[in-house]
Design a protein around this ligand. Structure first.
Ligand code: BGC
Length: 672
């Protein structure tokens, strides 16, 4: 596909400098304030209106686009499902396909991807993010961004940073110590900048350690720009900066959606009163122009020729991702059920229609969505959609698929959901399981849920939000047409109390009200620190219901021949190798997961952390060798004393497994 000829940051800077020199104060102010979902055009300087649209799981068109004749687009599986593929190639393929839809619709800026950490299952936007582990996020987000930007579409990594709950998101202060930020909440952003050269960053709604993220000079100027060398645009989330003085000096460039805080009047008065030299405005214009020039957005390179949206090719890509991203959590020798065999009842609130995505700015209006029932029917012609539970009929069936979970109203941006399924759903599963032992549960949700019925369900599949045709993949998995290979990018706790942010996920009702200018806020203490997800469950020896990295297959794999060899050069520290064999009778894929542990550290560290993985596709009986390289950073923690990464010499655990709780090979490495 036609890539766009990007220019270097240096060349882009030169052109931006010339532009700034030609612009008046009022023109500069126009350029750094949005116009809803675009920039403001400045025709006298050949600056067009630059359109921006959301894409958590595909291009979200606006009503105005609909008037232009563009309506529905391809809904891809949600980002958490993409992360569940543990396959960076799928991330690249998804990024490319979504970017092609942007090209086809003439939209040069993609407001995504989102990579906030899955800290607690209730967050209404978990579906838009990539799970709980910073390493997995870096490996998935970098190829996604590269693929998007290769087509000249600017990616906007969001929401920077520590926006982990939705309710009251504009009135909460995430209180996070620096080590926790560096090790858990920031690595995805760091990789997006250093490894993927992302051109834009969107700040988060919340305050971070006392400052709104868009007003936070430590976050933007010190970390993002000075330390990581970010050259592009820092834009605010939609109405998220409030204080002109802080915002002008924070390093933020573009105020969205309309620029209510950095108004020309407010900025003039800051300059007149000596709070700003005015140079900050030039630097904001520079950053915006530089990024647009670099992506060739201002050079008319973005023609739509050869691009289409909502086409069969993209739909196929979405299907392929769903096939790899659906996680088979449990299978008590029930699946697969041969195509066409027997009578299967499909029941539950998500049976037909099945929600393709959750709600908010990540919601995509999909072309031709397929429900679980329709997909099952296409493979099992005798399948029946039961609206109201009839236990006798369920008992008489060969199997029952109970379709539960949330939808775009019960799980959405700007609110948080329950860990428990909505009312009546647990009961429906229990009643079906009581009537028919062959009960299969299909979950549609952005993350973990309570499963009090887990023992009684014979098979459980997590679909996350599957996109337009992901239910087809779920039915193919039931039938064994597709061998499942998705792995959880999250931990699923047995009880919500087992999550380390329990009781601190949102601000406490009796937390003192604080003030940031005219705004009230409350603190959320991230006092669990780095012990998020499996890091906490491992440290506290709490058995999860389903562990991070878990996911079943219809075949079996054997890991053997572990070797750990010191390496040098190119930032390499050690090379870990093993052999994987498909010991079953079907073709399948396994994700070899490499965890590193530092049992004798001078600071508290998790028993193990993911530092490498590879998805291996093997025919029955086939053997492949896997090689994973660790750099020094894989052994390091963030040392608050020296404000740097520190790897302490000593003996490290090297663990290879197929989930965080299924370690197959263990070795040691002596770090000098
Ligand atoms: C969301 C952003 C989104 C923006 C524009 C905000 O409410 O937090 O993620 O990009 O709206 O739709």
């Amino acid at each position: 596909m036609t890539s766009v000829k990007m220019i270097s940051w240096a060349e882009a800077e030169q052109r931006a400098r010339e532009l700034v020199a030609r612009m008046s104060f009022d023109e500069k102010m126009e350029f750094i304030r949005g116009n809803r979902f675009s920039t403001r055009p400045i025709p006298q300087h050949n600056l067009p209106e630059i359109r921006m649209r959301d894409a958590s799981m595909g291009l979200r068109l606006l009503k105005t686009d609909v008037e232009e004749g563009h309506d529905l687009t391809t809904a891809f599986p949600s980002s958490v499902a993409l992360a569940a593929t543990w396959n960076p190639e799928r991330a690249a393929a998804t990024g490319r396909a979504i970017a092609e839809e942007y090209r086809a619709c003439g939209v040069p800026v993609l407001l995504g991807p989102g990579i906030n950490i899955y800290r607690f299952p209730a967050c209404g936007r978990n579906y838009e993010y990539m799970g709980e582990d910073p390493y997995l996020i870096t490996q998935m987000v970098v190829p996604y961004i590269k693929a998007v930007q290769e087509l000249g579409i600017m990616a906007t990594i969001k929401h920077f940073a520590a926006n982990n709950c939705e309710k009251d998101r504009k009135n909460v202060n995430s209180v996070v110590d620096e080590r926790t930020l560096r090790e858990i909440y920031l690595p995805g952003f760091e990789a997006a900048i250093k490894d993927a050269d992302v051109a834009a960053v969107m700040t988060a709604y919340n305050l971070l350690n006392g400052y709104y993220c868009g007003e936070n000079a430590w976050l933007i100027k010190d970390v993002l720009r000075k330390e990581w060398g970010f050259e592009g645009i820092v834009m605010s989330d939609w109405t998220s900066i409030w204080n002109a003085d802080l915002s002008i000096n924070s390093g933020l460039d573009l105020e969205m959606p309309v620029g209510e805080t950095l108004t020309p009047e407010a900025v003039r008065s800051l300059i007149d009163s000596g709070h700003s030299s005015g140079a900050e405005i030039d630097s904001k214009v520079m950053h915006c122009a530089k990024a647009f020039y670099r992506m060739a957005i201002l050079d008319g390179e973005h023609d739509r020729t050869g691009f289409s949206f909502g086409d069969a090719e993209h739909r196929q890509k979405a299907l392929e991702t769903a096939r790899e991203g659906i996680v088979l959590l449990k299978n008590d020798a029930l699946l697969p059920i041969a195509p066409g065999a027997g009578k299967i009842i499909v029941i539950g609130p998500n049976a037909d229609p099945t929600p393709t995505s959750a709600g908010g700015s990540g919601h995509v209006r999909p072309i031709e969505p397929i429900s679980i029932y329709a997909a099952m029917k296409s493979i099992y012609p005798d399948a029946e959609h039961m609206q109201e539970l009839n236990q006798a009929a369920v008992a008489a069936a060969d199997a029952v698929v109970v379709c539960v979970g949330f939808n775009h109203e019960t799980e959405a941006e700007a609110k948080d959901r329950t860990f428990e399924l909505p009312e009546g759903q647990d009961e429906l599963i229990e009643n079906c399981a009581a009537a028919n032992a062959n009960t299969i549960v299909m979950i549609v949700a952005g993350g973990g849920i309570a499963m009090p019925w887990a023992e009684r369900a014979k098979a459980i599949l997590h679909l996350f939000y599957p996109g337009a045709n992901g239910c087809q993949a779920a039915a193919e998995i039931v039938a064994g047409i597709v061998n499942p290979s998705g792995k959880l990018p999250i931990s699923i706790e047995r009880r919500i109390e087992d999550n380390s942010a329990f009781g601190r996920f949102v601000a406490a009702a009796d937390a003192p009200v604080k003030k940031a200018g005219v705004r009230d806020y409350k603190d959320i203490e991230y006092s669990e620190g780095i012990f998020v997800g499996y890091r906490h469950l491992d440290a506290k020896k709490i058995e999860p219901l389903f562990a991070f990295g878990h996911g079943l297959s219809y075949t079996t794999f054997e890991l053997s021949d572990l070797s750990i060899t010191p390496a040098s050069g190119d930032g390499k520290q050690v090379v870990v190798r093993c052999r994987v064999k498909n010991t079953g009778e079907r073709e399948g894929a396994e994700v070899v997961q490499l965890y590193v542990g530092d049992p004798q550290a001078s600071v508290p560290r998790p028993p193990k952390e993911l530092k490498g993985f590879q998805k291996v596709f093997l025919k029955a009986g086939e053997i492949k060798d896997v090689e994973l390289t660790l750099g020094r950073r894989a052994f390091s923690f963030w040392d608050p004393a020296t404000k740097d990464w520190k790897a302490e010499p000593g003996t490290f655990d090297i663990l290879l497994g197929v989930s965080s709780r299924d370690i197959r090979l263990q070795g040691k490495y002596e770090l000098q």
